[in-house]
Design a protein around this ligand. Structure first.
Ligand code: NAD
Length: 485
């Protein structure tokens, strides 16, 4: 089956594709070959205006529907997305370079999970009655209004759905700006929402670089901004949103620790470390890139890891047997190569990998450094590529202190067969999304998000509702008003 990659227009506004070639060109490059597969244009101010006007109009109508009616649109969209999973997964692979083996199970499927979950939750969103003797207060859960979503490039379908689903369930409208590196997938989300019955203008997509995002964040019609991106961008967007006193959700970067104790099942720990470092070629915010291994099993862990890495099938992402694909872009590959050089120069032991793979596209070998120390650049900075740092430790207290010695706090994992230790250690790790004897699971039922510099707010689960709605409280006096004069 062949699929159309070039969309009918760069933007999706008011229920239809829109083009404005006056905007800067955005080439879409297929990471596995380096070839240009589509050309889009950044939004001009006129396009941004069109999207905001459409969203404002749609939001007013959408908020009047019963939550159950809103939910029905989202669950219908979830079903359409599932039916089209193959087509959407192929597009995700073209957009990001991630292997089809992954995109078939982790992208449109995760997006439809979110649409289904929040579609189901919509009708259960209520206020409360607060008795005060004779008088009483009731609360009304209200939408925020027009919300802006801004995406990173690693999970373009998932990010669009994780933001749109709870936003729309709560009665908001959205203008979404995908990453300029992966502009294709969010357009499909918009198409599917329209097909599912969402009113025109409810979910709009505008393309562009940072300035388009910034123009949305500073617009006075926008009530909330949800960003998935790096910490430096998060700082800028949060500050700009604060100026307009807007709500924010910040899903930012990480340098998460994974603690592997002597008593851990080595194969499970190695499996967790592989998932937490090499899935999506390491381009996952919650990755456990600092793997602390207790000294007693260090060599056994490294030996097993090395063995299993030989089983990685590196190749054409559209071949379903491929389990490891390219980096998203040449630029990202170059950044990661720079970190690998710093790892070597800093004295870490290169156990495996480290080189660019000799083929078209932006492929790097899965790379493991051992004997990494806390002060090394590769142990401190987010690399966002297939580079694992293995650090040794002696005691539980030491491992916890070192794991927490970072400005980030997105995720953390523990591998141990001691039940008490698992819970005790996780209880002390300063991170938002944690795992015991597992890594990187992100079901829509669980809250997702970070602490410290990794972000503010939570996506997914019932917790997301608090970030996409606001409470109105109404005091009702049943008797006379007593005034001092
Ligand atoms: P990035 O910060 O460079 O860009 C993110 C988005 O912000 C892009 O759409 C970009 O165009 C936009 N942007 C840039 N400057 C802006 C500005 N001044 N105003 C408004 N928008 C602006 O991130 P990236 O390189 O696309 O993605 C990788 C980063 O995203 C990593 O740090 C990764 O950890 C993080 N990430 C976090 C999560 C999470 O849920 N916590 C998920 C995926 C990725």
């Amino acid at each position: 089956m062949t699929y159309e990659i070039q969309p009918a227009g760069s933007h999706y506004i008011d229920g239809a594709y829109v083009e404005d070639t006056a905007g800067a060109e955005i080439p879409v490059i297929y990471a596995a070959t380096g070839e240009r597969i589509a050309t889009l244009h950044a939004a001009t101010p006129a396009i941004v205006e069109q999207a905001l006007v459409a969203a404002e109009k749609a939001q007013a109508e959408w908020a009047k529907l019963s939550p159950r009616e809103r939910g029905r649109v989202l669950t219908r969209a979830a079903a359409i997305m599932r039916e089209r999973n193959h087509e959407l997964s192929v597009l995700e692979t073209y957009d990001t370079g991630k292997p089809l083996q992954e995109t078939l199970v982790a992208d449109a499927t995760s997006g439809s999970d979110a649409l289904e979950y929040f579609g189901g939750l919509a009708a259960s969103l209520t206020g409360e009655h607060i008795p005060l003797g004779e008088d009483w207060v009731y609360t009304i859960r209200e939408p925020l209004g027009v919300c802006v979503g801004i995406g990173a490039w690693n999970y373009p379908t998932q990010i669009a759905c994780w933001k749109a689903a709870p936003a729309l369930a709560c009665g908001n409208a959205m203008v979404f700006k995908p990453s300029e590196t992966t502009p294709l997938c969010a357009l499909k989300v918009a198409e599917i929402l329209t097909e599912a019955g969402a009113p025109a203008g409810l979910f709009n997509v505008v393309q562009g670089m940072g300035e388009v995002g910034a123009s949305l964040v500073t617009d006075s019609r926008v009530a909330k901004v949800s960003l998935t991106g790096s910490v430096p961008t998060g700082r800028k967007v949060y500050a700009a949103a604060a100026d307009g006193m807007k709500h924010v959700t910040m899903e930012l970067g990480g340098k998460s620790p994974m603690l592997v104790f002597d008593d851990a099942d080595i194969d499970n720990a190695v499996g967790g470390a592989i998932l937490g470092n090499f899935y999506s070629s390491g381009q996952i915010c919650s990755n456990g890139t600092r793997v602390f291994v207790q000294k007693g099993i260090k060599e056994a862990f490294l030996a097993r890891l090395n063995e299993r890495l030989q089983d990685a099938v590196i190749g054409d992402p559209l071949d379903e047997t491929t389990s490891f694909g390219p980096m998203v872009s040449e630029q990202q590959m170059t950044i990661v190569q720079g970190f690998i050089e710093k790892g070597v120069a800093g004295g870490a032991r290169l156990v495996t990998g480290g080189k660019r793979i000799d083929r078209d596209g932006w492929y790097l070998e899965p790379t493991v450094f051992a004997d990494v120390t806390d002060d090394m650049t590769i142990a401190r900075e987010e690399i966002f590529g297939p580079v694992m740092s293995v650090l040794d430790f002696d005691t539980e207290e030491e491992a916890i202190a070192r794991a927490n010695a970072t400005e980030y706090g997105l995720s953390a994992g523990v591998f141990t067969s001691d039940l008490s230790r698992g819970h005790r250690v996780i209880g002390q790790l300063r991170a938002g999304s944690c795992f015991i004897n597992s890594y990187n699971d992100a079901p829509v039922e669980a809250p997702f998000g970070g602490v410290k510099m990794s972000g503010v707010g939570r996506e997914n689960s019932k917790a997301a509702i608090e970030h996409w709605s606001q409470m109105k409280s109404v005091y009702v006096r049943m008797g006379d008003v007593e005034a001092p004069f």
